[in-house]
Ligand binder design. Structure first.
Ligand code: NAD
Ligand code: LMR
Length: 338
């Protein structure tokens, strides 16, 4: 075979002892859907993460192009590209963390649930691959509707006998990122100083910001509470409408996904006190899945925190959220069981 100069790997000009090929300390991370609107900036940011030693970029289109591009960045991670279903197993084998932003995004007028028809099947296929090739990996699921795709993934893993509830995490970090930003605007603070727990799920009324628990401690008028809750719940739609048919949030999502993936990797490394919100298997409510703060450790979401005291407005919001969540969860479960 001719040397592969373009991709760097296997090049005749590369001294094998100069670079710890995949042997550098760090974790092996795969991105499925890496050539997409989220996938590309996510891949770039993960290539910049010093905790990553190997980065696998998988997509059904354009994976070699994105890989060639990102592989030129002079950071530590070794990047490899994988194109199409026939390369899925190679992309997944040996991975510690798999991030999934594969699937179609919304256009104006659509709900996240309108994506179910197409994305449910995509998530099923990818999770079958994970069960086969890296059953112990942590999975960060971004593909919408998250409230249904996480139950789908759980059912696929149960069927394969590999399900570990601690390792399957629906990514809701964009809701927290937005909440921090919007709350900071209202309070006149630096968003980096603000921490807003957002619980429930990741669609409309299931997105429940707990404004009574904002750090630093503060209070809001009823008008501010209603404005902030609605803006956080409709944050995705705000971007979908602004993009006028060209997709949904990609850049802020990549940022939020990297923040969350970094927390997972720090947990895997054994750092103490790593806490983030995620949509996980849960006993916090009567529902089998719910987003709340979790503590991330060597085996994934090792502790799922209770919601803490809610005010009257949040208690009403919680009831609405649970009603919609129950249906979305059941829809995901039925997709695999029936
Ligand atoms: P996009 O269309 O730009 O990219 C999706 C990528 O997935 C494409 O490159 C496509 O080729 C790839 N893909 C399709 N089928 C695949 C398969 N079977 N295997 C591997 N890759 C496949 O979309 P996007 O803007 O990147 O959004 C992706 C998903 O993320 C959407 O479902 C969107 O709703 C969701 N999303 C979730 C959040 C969240 O907070 N969880 C935020 C934003 C977007
Ligand atoms: C978001 O919150 O931005 C994503 O879930 C994408 C969308 O469809 O809103």
């Amino acid at each position: 075979n001719p040397p592969n100069l373009q991709m760097g790997e296997g090049s005749v000009l590369e001294r094998s002892n100069c670079r710890a090929k995949g042997g550098a300390p760090g974790f092996k991370v795969a991105i499925l859907g890496a050539a997409g609107g989220i996938g590309q900036p996510l891949a770039m940011l993960m290539k910049m993460n010093p905790l990553v030693s190997v980065l696998h970029l998988y997509d059904v289109v354009n994976a070699p192009g994105v890989t060639a591009d990102i592989s030129h960045m002079d950071t530590g991670a070794v990047v490899r590209g994988f194109l199409g279903q026939s390369e899925l197993e190679a992309a997944l084998t040996g991975m510690d963390l798999v991030i999934i932003p594969a699937g179609i995004p919304r256009k104006p007028g659509m709900t996240r649930d309108d994506l179910f028809k197409i994305n449910a099947g995509i998530v099923r296929t990818l999770c079958e691959g994970i069960a086969k090739c890296c059953p112990n990996a942590i999975v960060n699921l971004i593909s919408n509707p998250v409230n249904s795709t996480v139950p789908i993934a759980a059912e696929v893993f149960k069927k394969a006998g590999t399900y570990d509830p601690k390792k399957l995490l629906g990514v809701t970090s964009l809701d927290v990122v937005r909440a921090n930003t919007f709350v900071a605007e209202v309070l006149g603070l630096d968003p980096r100083e603000v921490d807003v727990p957002v619980v429930g799920g990741h669609a409309g009324v299931t997105i429940l910001p707990l404004l009574s628990q904002v750090k630093p401690p503060c209070s809001f008028t009823q008008e501010e509470t209603e404005y902030l809750t609605k803006r956080i719940q409709d944050g995705g739609t705000e971007v979908v409408e602004a993009k006028k048919g060209a997709g949904s949030a990609t850049l802020s999502m990549a940022y939020a996904a990297v923040k969350f993936a970094d927390a997972c990797l720090k947990g895997l490394r054994g750092d103490a006190g790593v806490v983030a919100c995620a949509f996980v298997a849960s006993q916090v409510t009567e529902l089998p899945f719910f987003a709340s703060k979790v503590r991330l450790g060597r085996t994934g979401a090792e502790e799922v925190y209770q919601l803490g005291p809610l005010n009257e407005y949040e208690r009403i919001g919680l009831e609405k959220a649970k009603k919609e969540l129950a249906e979305s969860i059941q829809k995901g479960v039925s997709f695999i069981r029936n």
